[in-house]
Design a protein around this ligand. Structure first.
Ligand code: APR
Length: 221
């Protein structure tokens, strides 16, 4: 795995601050269940990593990592954050507060357990609020995707599901945000040694899905 400045941070946070051996065992069992449900194999596939889009609820995805469109406090929220927090149960906000009392700056990512979600882990990232596009929004949004994938790779995830970060309450235009998402994910997956074999773009509604599908059919961004 390529060394980078994030490694130490995520290395320290792999399994949460107070995780017991029992909790770790439970997570491993959850991953085995997920692998059986999704057809994942820990040896990896013969083909390269794939990106696909589907319409659904991020909180119910059977993957190793779901990404949360969080706020900088890593506190309660609506939209994606509300769905994930409701489905994960109260232990999630407790873990966020205990492990990350300083929250998470925009563009960065933090890892917690999946708690009651089907996913093994949650990577929390904070997207930029749209302010017209000249305040570094595209770079910050790309940071969200890149840092979330890096965090997922560091914990050994093979499957990762993303919502359309920043396109709800933060008002980032959907098409522009999807371009940033697809190009950043492609760039990341083109590197070797990350171990991720599938990224799923989860569209919440029927307007978002064709945006992803069109971009995924296009070779060059
Ligand atoms: N599953 C998948 N996608 C969802 C779901 C869900 N359950 N709920 C909403 N979405 C979609 C929205 O339709 C939108 O396109 O996810 C996208 C992101 O929406 P938000 O959750 O509003 O995220 P964001 O725009 O990044 O705003 C983050 O919202 O909830 C607060 O605390 C959070 O302050 C933070 C802000």
């Amino acid at each position: 795995m390529t060394k980078n400045p994030l490694r130490r941070w995520f290395g320290r946070k792999w399994f949460g601050r107070n995780e017991s051996a029992t909790e770790l065992g439970a997570r491993q069992s959850k991953k085995e269940e997920n692998d059986a449900n999704t057809g994942n194999h820990s040896s990896g596939g013969d083909t390269g990593p794939t990106i696909r889009a589907l319409q659904g609820d991020i909180a119910s995805q059977c993957v190793d990592v779901v990404v949360n469109a969080a706020n900088e406090r890593l506190g309660a929220g609506a939209g994606v954050a509300g769905a994930i927090i409701n489905a994960a149960g109260p232990g999630l906000l407790r873990e966020c507060a205990d492990s990350y009392p300083d929250g998470c700056p925009t563009g960065e990512a933090r890892v917690t357990g999946g708690h009651d979600l089907p996913a093994k882990w949650i990577v929390h990232t904070v997207g930029p609020q749209w302010g017209g596009g000249t305040n570094g929004e595209p770079e910050l949004l790309a940071d969200c995707y890149r840092n979330s994938l890096q965090a997922a790779a560091e914990i050994g995830a093979r499957t990762v599901a993303f919502p359309a970060i920043s396109t709800g309450i933060f008002h980032y235009p959907r098409e522009d945000a999807a371009r940033v998402a697809v190009s950043t994910i492609r760039e990341f997956l083109a590197q070797s040694d990350h171990g991720i074999n599938e990224v799923i773009l989860v569209a919440y509604d029927s307007e978002q899905l064709p945006i992803y599908e069109r971009l995924l059919e296009t070779e060059i961004d």
